[in-house]
Design a protein around this ligand. Structure first.
Ligand code: MN
Ligand code: MN
Ligand code: MN
Length: 283
């Protein structure tokens, strides 16, 4: 797969990335280092449900890159799981710390249940196994997947999901995430902008996506991630029109997790279409 080099603008924003404080590969400081090498000038660290890495990323970025404190919340909208980014948040805001603690508990409880189910399926010690890959971060399903691969139970991450962890498989445990209205509220309370992450990845019809957008706005949501990773330009066009029609701010980000996933490489995103009002105009 070849990635065409995008035009690097003077101010190069990447407003969606993960460190090992959630399911990313790099430490917060290595992530910042890598982003600088990729020409990123403004980076948002948006780990899943946690702001644990923000302070370290900020220190590493000092004077070399503008680090925007962020978070990627999982939440529920009409029984579907949706991801909402909180950008330019105050990482010390009480509402955020409280929410993030609650979500860590939810994830830990899920991890324990997944491990119990795997034990029943004849795979012992997966909690310790996943904890090893999670390091200091929160245990997530990809960490279990990595354990299943390295312990020789399956030959690939995708098989770990399709045979064990995915919906309706033997170690599937669903989390009931907080309601989207609460999520938007926490982000606003922390002084940030709430943005629907990767709107094209929920398999929503156009009608449903518009319903989501309308509800989201009624809860205080302010933006759409118009560009996610190495996305095709027709999707960008479609999302930029929706953002414009609903007077939403536009964001863009790679959703970087790992060095070996070039479709989510740091800083690869194209420029936002001209009709967009970038979220950073607000800062
Ligand atoms: Mn992730
Ligand atoms: Mn996401
Ligand atoms: Mn993400």
């Amino acid at each position: 797969m070849t990635i065409s080099r995008q035009k690097i603008t003077d101010i190069h924003y990447d407003l969606h990335s993960h460190s090992h404080c959630s399911d990313g590969q790099l430490s917060p400081s290595d992530l910042v280092q890598q982003a600088i090498q990729c020409g990123v000038t403004h980076l948002a660290l948006t780990d899943h449900d946690t702001i644990d890495g923000v302070e370290r990323a900020k220190q590493a970025a000092e004077g070399r890159l503008a680090l925007i404190p962020g978070i990627e919340f999982s939440c529920t909208w009409r029984k579907r799981t949706i991801h909402i980014l909180g950008l330019n948040i105050d990482p010390k805001a009480h509402a955020l710390l409280k929410a993030s603690t609650r979500l860590k508990h939810l994830r830990y409880e899920r991890a324990e249940k997944i491990a119990d189910k795997l034990t029943k399926a004849g795979i012992p010690n997966s909690l310790d196994g996943a904890a090893h890959y999670a390091g200091e971060g929160v245990m997530t399903r990809p960490h279990f997947a990595q354990f299943l691969v390295d312990a020789g139970y399956v030959s690939s991450i995708s098989k770990a999901f399709s045979q064990y962890l995915a919906n309706k498989q033997c170690a599937d445990v669903t989390i009931v995430w907080p309601d989207i209205s609460d999520t938007c509220h926490w982000i606003r309370q922390a002084g940030g902008q709430a943005i629907i992450a990767h709107p094209d990845k929920y398999n929503l019809t156009r009608t449903k996506l518009i319903e989501l957008i309308r509800d989201f706005i009624s809860f205080g949501g302010q933006g759409l991630e118009v560009i996610s990773g190495n996305q095709c330009s027709t999707v960008t066009e479609k999302l930029s029109i929706l953002a414009d029609q609903h007077e939403l701010l536009a964001s863009k980000g790679s959703d970087f997790h790992r060095m070996d996933q070039p479709w989510q490489a740091l800083g690869i995103t194209a420029n936002l279409p001209a009709r967009c009002t970038p979220v950073w105009d607000f800062w």
